[in-house]
Design a protein around this ligand. Structure first.
Ligand code: FAD
Length: 336
């Protein structure tokens, strides 16, 4: 355990914006949290859990305690027709995917190369290339930070939806300790998402080959945060009713829409932003990626406030032109 006063948060956010936390608490075991929780110097302060900081935008300094769970460990269990894997919250998500595919156990490969930690994965129910975490999750172990009580949530109790979960709906309440994944022994590759089958280039679709193909696609399409600060997609794809989509498409021919169940249609936030002329634009060091209109980037010295001001201008222009409200995907701190 390590407690640091006035901590630098720049290495802890993939936008690489400058920000400081009043306290930074690094935890190596869940029990350490309960010992620290009631310390007088931390009393009454707000808590923020940070994993890899790849889905956060600090608009200002954080006036409370940033908690970093560094819990490690991966254990396999056999469970009838599936393999179960329990993983500590502090493990890297991508390394966990590779750990599975190297063992020849498929399921997670479409979620390759998503940055961040295992503990954060359930928070926004990470998804990519036609697969969501909730398709493969068995349970989440979490600590209620206020009471110090441990809970185990089966997948159906996690409130999962597109980029959403109960953990996202209750910010500051839960510290996720570990995640249990369930990988069916009878594996079927998921190659239906556009571009995935082509990227395999005729190779036999083993879990590792699919993971390699997904990594190749992502490296081509997305800026590497190590080279150019970003948090992946900055806005969620908006969900609208089928009737609203029909009306929008009549007014804007060619607007893409994808069936999203329950009579709803998912719009492409990237398409809406691009049509408003934002792709590749730059305001000081805050900009929109030239490769991907959905990705905001820090060209060097952008502040969190500058990036957030740009995001709001994008949101306002999409609302004015299409009447569609964009929601940010990363958590914006302080909560907006
Ligand atoms: C280049 C790039 C590509 C990306 N691509 C995708 C993608 O394809 N699909 C996708 O879904 N996301 C994507 N993301 C977003 C991001 O990688 C994921 O949301 C990831 O799960 C965030 O992990 P993290 O550890 O960095 O979380 P952080 O950014 O540290 O935290 C994110 C949220 O989770 C909470 N949190 C973190 N850890 C815990 C914990 N142990 N307990 C409780 N709450 C916690 C935080 O409080 C915060 O609200 C991308 C990001 C980047 C930079």
């Amino acid at each position: 355990m390590r407690l640091v006063a006035d901590a630098d948060l720049r290495p802890l956010n993939s936008f690489r914006v400058a920000a400081r936390a009043r306290w930074l608490l690094e935890l190596h075991a869940p029990g350490e949290f309960s010992r620290l929780r009631d310390e007088a110097r931390l009393a009454g302060l707000p808590w923020l859990v940070v994993g890899g900081g790849s889905n956060l935008l600090f608009v200002d300094d954080y006036p409370g305690v940033v908690v970093r769970p560094l819990f490690r460990g991966r254990e396999w269990h056999e469970d009838g027709d599936a393999w179960r894997l329990r993983v500590g919250a502090g493990e890297s998500w991508h390394e966990t995917v590779r750990f599975c595919v190297e063992a020849g156990r498929g399921g997670l490969e479409n979620l390759s190369l998503i940055p961040g930690t295992v503990g954060a994965a359930p928070v926004q129910n990470i998804g990519a290339y036609g697969v969501e975490l909730s398709d493969l999750l068995h349970a989440v172990e979490a600590l209620e930070m206020k009471s110090g009580k441990r809970h185990r949530f089966a997948v159906d109790a996690c409130g999962f939806a597109y980029r959403h979960s109960r953990f996202k709906a209750e910010p500051g309440r839960w510290l996720i300790l570990a995640v249990e994944l369930r990988l069916p022994k009878r594996w079927r590759p998921r190659l239906d998402y556009p571009g995935v089958a082509e990227a395999l280039a005729g190779a036999e679709p083993t879990p590792r080959a699919v993971s390699d193909a997904i990594c190749a696609i992502r490296r081509r399409k997305l800026p590497d945060p190590a080279a150019l600060g970003n948090a992946g997609s900055f806005f969620q794809n908006p969900l609208v009713t089928a009737a609203d989509y029909a009306r929008l498409r009549a007014a804007h021919p060619g607007m893409p829409g994808y069936p999203a169940g329950a009579g709803r249609v998912k719009l492409s936030a990237a398409w809406l932003i691009e049509r408003c002329g934002w792709r590749g634009r730059r305001e000081g060091d805050a900009g929109v990626s030239a490769e991907h209109a959905l990705v905001l980037v820090n060209h060097g010295r952008a502040s969190g406030a500058g990036l957030w001001a740009l995001a709001r201008r994008i949101r306002d222009s999409v609302a004015a032109r299409f009447g569609v409200e964009l929601e940010p995907e990363p958590r914006v701190i302080p909560d907006q």
